[in-house]
Design a protein around this ligand. Sequence first.
Ligand code: AGP
Length: 606
Amino acid sequence: MCGIIGISSNKSVSASIISSLKKLEYRGYDSAGIATLFEGEIKELKSEGRVDTLEQNFDLKNLKGNIGIGHVRWATHGIPNSVNAHPHSSHNVSVVHNGIIENSTILKKYLIGKGHKFKSQTDTEVIVHLITENLKTRELEEAITSTLKQLHGSFALGIVFKDIPDLIVGARRGSPLAVGYGPSENYLGSDSYALKSMTNKITYLDDGEFCIIKKDQVVFFNEDGKNINKKILELSSDEASYEKGDFKHFMAKEIEEQPNTIKTGIKEYVDKTNSEINIYNFPWNVNEINSIKLIGCGTAYHSCLMAKYWFEELTQLDVSIDIASEFRYRKNRFKKDNLYIFVSQSGETADTYAALDLCNKNNMKTCAVVNVIESSIARDVNFVLPIHCGPEIGVASTKAFLGQILILYILALKLASLRKEINNKNYKEKVKDLQNLPSLIEKSLLIDNDIQAISSTFNEAKGSMFLGRGFSYPIALEGALKLKELSYVHAEGYPAGEMKHGPLALIEDGMPVVVLAPRDSYYKKTISNMQEVIARGAKVLLITNKSKDEIVSENIWETIEVENTNDDLLPFLLTIPLQKLAYYSALKKGYDIDKPRNLAKSVTVE
Ligand code: AGP
């Protein structure tokens, strides 16, 4: 939820820290700060707002020091302001933190009793004074080890010390942290994206580990303070995918990238010549699996719901889904023939990671559908299915959603085939149909003008509904979430057949209602649900697929027709207009599309 950077160098670090913080702002952007060590002093500068504000408020160009840490914040404890911004410092220690310290109240009382003075409302400040206190009686490594043991909760830390001015300490439990290696300098960062502009040589800390970073040396320790060796990964340098190019926003770029990302995903798993799906190194015999549990948050949860329909349609498997923050506290029945599939773009979502940890503790079969293959979730499952979408920077997930449901559909098809629950002809046909999906998405992307005109109505309304049945219902939920998180207007996704059980009371004259009614087996029933809302004054935006059959209904406000394909694949195409609707609504409002208020790209706290 927050972004951390630390650099230990043979030259001034402030400029590199600031440019890295700007790359980290997608993780949190309500305040920012930097601290460097120079001539035996900690110089701490921080302010509310973006990194640009920090630069406007202070003369960072002349901020000296070859050791420094920086932070962009998404507030958990304490309102966003300059006092609660990180770093937090005592007279001799300065800390940046991502995570939540759950025993901060008790520790604060103890430290105040020891004479420590607190300035902020944050849990992080407790860490600063606890280390300061432990350093009074211990050498550095022991002080760090004992401090980390006293902390309950999650953290990724960057720590500098006035009296040890040639190193940075990094520590990780439950929030991601990476080390980067450069020429005559070394780095600490929340993820590889922050470090990519400086290095592609990365080491990820695992939970309980800490490290000491000097300009020419990095040493790793386990939670008992024992030296450990960690491997260095060489990440591909795909700089271009981290830039907007000619697009106004990352989200616009990522929507338009979808034909290519879907093409890449298909290429990774589908043998076009033989119309066969290849999922290499699947670690289980399919007869060992009789139940699938899909778990995720937000858009990733909608991917789980979409997958549930496909698994039920294509296989005889028992399929259930759960929101990760619910699953992690539920009284779950862990059975050995369950396969748990964790869906996550970032692979760092705290709730999803906690759900995985629970399954690992119960020795369950675990699989991840992720975009970031070096992420914590990807590292801790038995089997990873990457979605190969490239970096998704816009906080509102678009190409990753389509990538997730593509890989889940491919997995459902493959398992159906392996379990002989689909006849081979039907299987081959469906695999062949996938080849047309990228071009169908490309055509569906051409609806810009219609959508731009429609989007104002959604902005002006006090709320809207998104309705769908069957395969369209998860897409209705996703469309509503996109509009909510980008335009800050209330939008509710609902099963079309459920409206008469209460929500129909919401419908009033002029209320915009999106109805997803492709010509699939649910079409007729959804059209009659649509007529129920039109009869009560709703302005219906009907999204269907092209057909020679006339739409038997009047008073439809607007209709958008996506391309034709088999019913399984229609959800991909129905999603496109909804992504664009949310984008243009937010654009019209002048909102920050890539960094919507109150949100962050990777929610690494619970
Ligand atoms: C979706 O647009 C949101 N950004 C949010 O719901 C997101 O999908 C959710 O936080 C899960 O993130 P993850 O896929 O990285 O786990």
